[in-house]
Design a protein around this ligand. Structure first.
Ligand code: IPM
Ligand code: MN
Length: 355
């Protein structure tokens, strides 16, 4: 009997709807090959709705997502809304509300894709960043005193609980084991963050005891940035806190060929996860049918994997690879194909794989 998954679509702002459309096209046209079926429901959260109604995440949104097996998000960010409102009020709110405590970001250079790193090949750039996704500097702890005066003091505290660190590190080790990877690097800053990252380090080596077959390594975040550029082949799985994970995964997206291809998942292993292309809403490309949908299709593949359909997920990835190779560039407007044609190509590649 075919399995049915209920997916909430949150296309959001800018080019979000265009890339989500292509991911939906791919999934709806190929699911029958894998004995699966998707019921998609639309959600209109985003900058436009906020400007029209003043609503950010409502109880109805939460209910809709709760009733879904996963959420596929396009992009959040609107040129007419002050930076921070939508990010905090939608993206970060949903990550916390659904306790999506892992942000999983593969940094994989596909064959034929250009990397800005000289002399690096696909076998050199193939690692996964496991970013803690609920705490650290993103916890929202802090405030102002004497707001708006020259005596103003602003604080923003990094919150690091044993609970959140432990589950994140545990997830990273389990991920490494289950995906046949060999080594985990803790990326932190123990030489300066002598309390918070000392706790990370202690938990890291404590959890590592249960995985003697996995090699462990440590890198300060600044050095990790250096090695990601100079020797990315050293990395296999990186586990890190929220802020550092945010920063190093943008660097990661660049070395794997850019935002056109970089996908991520906000994961609650026992709840509702949300998958997204890492890039933003790209207002200047909106509605032009020139944005690259591969990152969103890749987010769809991560979603399918998380839903337990591993073969389907790895075939979508192959179809993405076969499509990426045909493109002149991964950048919007320079692909040599339209957004829709790229989606069509992924569908075609998937049907070839199933001939
Ligand atoms: C990301 C984004 C978000 C983050 C922003 C939009 C809040 O940069 O998903 O990496 O910092 O987590
Ligand atoms: Mn980011």
């Amino acid at each position: 009997m075919s399995k049915t998954f209920n997916i909430s679509l949150l296309p959001g702002d800018g080019t979000g709807p265009e890339v989500v459309d292509e991911a939906v096209k791919v999934l709806s046209k190929t699911s029958s090959y894998y004995d699966t079926q998707f019921n998609f429901s639309q959600n209109d959260l985003g900058g436009d709705r906020y400007l029209n109604t003043g609503d950010l995440v409502t109880d109805n949104d939460i209910k809709q997502f709760q009733d879904s097996d996963a959420v596929l998000l396009g992009a959040i960010g609107h040129p007419d809304v002050k930076p921070g409102i939508l990010e905090q009020g939608i993206l970060l709110k949903l990550r916390k509300e659904f306790d999506q405590y892992i942000n999983l970001r593969p940094v994989v250079l596909y064959p034929g894709v250009e990397t800005p790193l000289a002399n690096k090949e696909p076998e050199d750039i193939n690692f996964i960043v496991v970013r803690e996704n609920t705490e650290g500097l993103y916890a929202g702890a802090g405030g102002y005193i004497h707001y708006g005066t020259e005596n103003e003091i602003a604080t923003q505290e990094s919150i690091n609980s044993y609970h959140a660190i432990h589950r994140c590190i545990k997830y990273a080790f389990e991920y490494t084991k289950n995906n046949n990877r060999k080594k985990i690097t803790l990326c932190a800053k123990t030489n300066v963050l002598t309390y918070a990252h000392d706790l990370w380090e202690r938990i890291f080596y404590d959890v590592a005891k249960d995985y003697p077959e996995i090699e462990t390594d440590y890198g300060h975040v600044d050095a990790v940035c250096m090695w990601m550029v100079k020797n990315p082949e050293w990395f296999d799985v990186i586990v890190t806190d929220n802020m550092f994970g945010d920063i190093i995964t943008d660097l990661g997206a660049m070395i794997q060929g850019g935002m056109g291809i970089a996908a991520g998942g906000n994961i609650n292993p026992s709840g509702t996860s949300m998958f997204e292309p890492i890039g933003g809403s790209a207002p200047k490309y909106t509605g032009k049918n020139i944005i690259n949908p591969l990152a969103c299709i890749g987010a769809g593949a991560m979603m399918v994997k998380e839903l337990g359909e591993e073969k389907y997920a790895s075939d979508i990835e192959k179809a993405i690879i076969n499509t990426a190779i045909k493109l002149d560039s991964l950048s919007a407007g320079k692909m040599g194909m339209s957004t829709e044609e790229v989606g069509d190509s992924v569908v075609e590649e998937l049907s070839n794989l199933n001939e």
